[in-house]
Design a protein around this ligand. Structure first.
Ligand SMILES: [Zn+2]
Length: 441
């Protein structure tokens, strides 16, 4: 390691990562500088630094609770992502699986149903490409539902702009729709999706609202492009009860995406952006930073005492919003957030104080957010959780070859299913997969 210049900085943690050029595994450190930075060096390609968080206090506070409270044995929530096709009716310039470019044959109905029959009582997301490109999607959904799986469909929504098609999907048993949605600005869509889409998205949203379909909006956020889109999306969610969740996902330089790593945003940056933009309908944003800290610490604490499982990866942080008269309130409207943070921080050091925390949380847990509801929500069973007035937002900075931290990745929650593909029928998902995929080049 050539980096004497960094050795005086405070090391938070030693781990491994990959060289962003050759993708070889390299030693890495997370240090506190002005920012929280991942420092690594490759013998061949030199030293690298990537910012993990521009808010060290926020990062250390959350990471401290996460690493002390979330038990490895209770970390796992296996979510299954079933890839049905690489075909797509769009050609998004940022597609992370590079869908639609090469003629890749779909897995056969028989293979997909065989895979489906092996899953019981799981949360299964149908993915692609665009899963609605398959004529047999209804049959696949019915096979999964027969074994009590919860089925989500990830879609760009073009097909469900036909309300009859949407009705058919719901009748076959789909539990919720995960709609790709990047806000209400056509300039953004032209860059991220290659075409104007605002009118189409409005029609799709109106169909979903009309049929009261539980919906999660999957929103890509790119730096200096559509941060403001987060506000428009929250405003829309404030007024529509069928919106049960929002995933604010940082842009990533995966697949054919080529806007550059500079467009990636860290989850604390999304939180900071929102903190500066309260509005009449979004009073929750005034206290968002502390609310996010408190809410995630509450989840880690409830996991620690065995009440809920938790998504294992630190790249996802959550934000609870409470819908009331077309506006969204935050946690601070219900509990003393500063006090809870203090109680949980003390608990993580001494292991004592469980009762005072439970007492402080009792009002919240009894009504708005019982552990049972939290558990269903974290398992993706948003419909059963009957979250009538609750909306859960997530801020996600997926790992990639720049920010990948080996130690966190070993707890990755996701499992991919590629029906009919020998040897990788079920394999580990998401960021790790992308890194591995690239490193095989
Ligand atoms: Zn290298």
């Amino acid at each position: 390691m050539k980096g004497n210049k960094i050795s005086t900085k405070r090391t938070i943690k030693y781990s491994t990562s990959v060289c962003p050029v050759c993708l070889k595994t390299v030693k890495a450190r997370i240090i506190e500088d002005k920012d929280i930075v991942l420092v690594k060096s490759c013998e061949e390609h030199g030293d690298f630094r990537f910012v993990l968080s521009s808010d060290p206090e926020f990062y250390k506070s959350l990471y401290g609770s996460f690493s002390r409270l979330v038990k490895a044995s209770k970390r796992k929530i296996n979510q299954y992502y079933m890839f049905l096709t690489m075909r797509c009716n769009m050609r998004c310039p940022i597609c992370y699986v590079d869908a639609g470019n090469k003629p890749i044959e779909d897995p056969s109905t028989e293979h997909v149903i065989q895979s489906a029959n092996k899953l019981k009582d799981k949360h299964v997301s149908l993915m692609g490409g665009e899963p609605t490109m398959r004529e047999d999607i209804h049959k696949i959904v019915r096979a999964l539902r027969k074994n009590d799986n919860v089925v989500s469909v990830y879609t760009n929504g073009l097909k469900i702009s036909d309300i009859e098609y949407l009705k058919g999907l719901i009748t076959s048993g789909v539990n919720d729709i995960r709609l790709q949605f990047d806000g209400f600005n056509d300039e953004t869509y032209k860059i991220l999706r290659g075409m104007k889409l605002v009118e189409a998205k409005k029609k799709i949203l109106s169909n979903l609202a009309m049929l009261n379909v539980p919906t999660v909006l999957e929103h890509v956020v790119a730096r200096d492009l559509n941060e403001k889109g987060m506000l428009d999306t929250l405003e829309y969610a404030a007024g529509h009860k069928n919106i049960k969740g929002i995933g604010f996902n940082s842009y990533r330089n995966y697949g054919r995406a080529s806007l550059g790593h500079e467009r990636s945003v860290q989850n604390n940056e999304m939180v900071s952006f929102l903190a500066k933009h309260t509005s009449k309908n979004l009073p929750a944003l005034a206290t968002i930073r502390d609310d996010v800290l408190a809410f995630n610490k509450i989840l880690y604490f409830l996991n620690n005492i065995g009440l809920i499982p938790i998504r294992s990866c630190f790249n996802h942080i959550y934000f609870a919003l409470f819908r009331k008269n077309n506006r969204l309130d935050g946690l601070s409207s219900y509990i003393n957030v500063g006090k809870i943070i203090k109680l949980i921080d003390n608990y993580q050091v001494s292991g004592k104080g469980k009762l005072s925390i439970m007492l402080e949380l009792s009002g919240l847990l009894k009504h708005a957010l019982s552990p049972e509801i939290l558990k269903l929500m974290l398992l993706g069973r948003i419909n059963e959780a009957n979250l009538n007035d609750i909306l859960i937002a997530q801020f996600v900075s997926p790992c990639d070859k720049y920010t990948y931290v080996g130690e966190s990745a070993k707890y990755c929650f996701g499992q991919e299913i590629h029906p009919g593909e020998k040897g990788k029928e079920i394999s580990q998902a998401s960021g790790i997969k992308n890194i591995e995929r690239e490193s095989n080049h």
